[in-house]
Design a protein around this ligand. Structure first.
Ligand code: FAD
Ligand code: EPU
Length: 351
């Protein structure tokens, strides 16, 4: 093990690092090297270190959307930079720049505590701010891309910092340019614009009902946040109690005609219009209909609370979890003719 003082270098470097506490599926994998960056200015120097010089590193945040199917022999770089800075504030909006290493949920709570509305539907999503643009995190009818103005990232090919304007991020459902080119750009800061003109976004199934249950008829941002917390806590297993990475598959986007045909056969199948003649189907429903909800093979399982969540009951290896996920995918494909795409990044296996 080697450890270089962060006070002088702006990063720490550990050889043969355990990743068990660094992925929420709690897979006991190891990395050849783990670099944690505490000062973004140190990135170019870090990349010249012999451990990273010859092979491009893998980028990691808090590990809440990755599955290590095995060990990772190379170097991993993780942003640990902190800081929330108000760039400008006027009658129309507040603009805020956040460092990649901040916890997303802490940041959302900070905005609400400071009277800035907009991100309340995205409360309690695990992970770092730096990973948020990666898959354009979304929940309860809102996606972060709606609020992102600029993403500042270090280009690992060009070896220089670059700013991405919102449209250059190419945000889509669980998608962005960063997701399509993994490990090319190390996101260092994210700048968001939160407009003052606010109306509650409570059309997502269950949200209005939860607010009614709470006795709220004119919700303020904090009420929406509380309602989302209640729904999420009821629906999703807590990674502190049982290893998981949230939804393991994306909800499939299919041509509207295919969705209509499936719904004629299975009227209960939830589906939503997704623009340009496509529909989004509920992957959870498809998995549950195949009888996989609550399935367990050794310590690898499908949550009995939510069919879209792959869980580690204790000591499942990444390979065992991945094998179970593939079994689920094959089952859904055989029964419905739909190929589910994993949402988390699978490291060390072919997807
Ligand atoms: P990691 O898992 O460490 O990395 C994810 C990806 O981002 C990897 O490809 C990695 O290479 C890349 N990456 C990480 N940091 C950087 C960086 N600084 N620069 C460039 N690339 C980087 N997601 C949702 O969208 N909506 C939800 O409602 C939601 N609910 C969840 C609930 C649970 C219980 C869990 C465990 C996960 C949930 N997720 C959800 C998924 C997860 O929270 C998000 O994908 C989150 O943004 C991942 O952040 P992370 O820091 O853990 O990233
Ligand atoms: N459903 C089932 N069986 C289940 C669970 C759900 O049939 O076991 C059905 C429900 O009846 C409901 C539908 O599936 O009609 C949708 O369920 P839910 O509202 O829980 O949302 P989801 O589509 O499963 C998506 C995101 C979540 C996000 C929620 C809320 C994806 C892949 N997942 O889940 O994001 O929190 O909506 O917006 O888009 C994540 O990305 O990791 C994640 C948790």
């Amino acid at each position: 093990m080697s450890n270089e003082g962060m006070a002088t270098t702006g990063y720490t470097l550990t050889e043969n690092a355990s990743l068990r506490e660094r992925n929420t599926l709690r897979v006991d994998a190891h990395a050849g090297w783990l670099a944690e960056v505490h000062d973004a200015a140190a990135i170019p120097v870090l990349l010249d270190h012999p451990a990273l010089r010859d092979t491009p590193p893998l980028l990691l945040g808090e590990g809440s959307n990755v599955l290590f199917a095995g060990d990772y022999d190379g170097a991993i770089v993780s942003m640990r930079t902190r800081g929330i800075e108000v760039l400008a504030e006027d009658a129309d909006a507040v603009r805020i720049r956040v460092a990649a290493g901040e916890h997303w949920d802490d940041f959302v709570r900070w905005t609400l505590a400071h009277g800035h509305a907009g991100l309340e539907n995205l409360i309690l999503i695990p992970g770092s701010v730096g990973a948020a643009p990666m898959q354009n995190i979304g929940a309860y009818g809102v996606e972060v891309g709606e609020f992102i103005e600029t993403v500042e990232a270090f280009d690992l090919e060009q070896r220089s910092f670059r700013d991405f304007a919102n449209r250059e991020c190419e945000f889509g459902y669980r998608d962005s340019i960063f997701k399509r080119h993994p490990d090319r750009w190390l996101i260092a800061t994210v700048a968001l614009r939160l407009p003052r003109d606010w109306t509650p976004r409570i059309d997502y199934a269950g949200l209005r009902e939860e607010l009614a249950r709470m006795g709220i008829d004119r919700p303020a941002p904090i009420h929406v946040a509380d309602a989302v917390v209640n729904l999420r806590t009821r629906k999703l297993p807590d990674p502190k109690l049982i290893g998981n990475a949230g939804s393991f598959f994306k909800n499939p986007l299919v041509p509207a005609a295919q969705a209509d045909a499936l719904r004629r056969e299975h009227p209960q199948l939830p589906s939503w219009p997704a623009g340009e003649g496509t529909s989004k189907l509920s992957a959870a429903w498809l998995i549950e209909a195949c009888g996989f909800k609550g399935l367990r093979e050794g310590d690898a399982g499908i949550s009995n609370r939510h069919a879209l969540v792959l869980v580690n009951h204790g000591n499942a290896s990444g390979a065992q979890l991945w094998a179970l996920a593939q079994r689920v995918r094959e089952g859904v494909e055989a029964r419905f003719g739909i190929t589910l795409e994993p949402e988390p990044r699978i490291i060390g296996a072919v997807t």
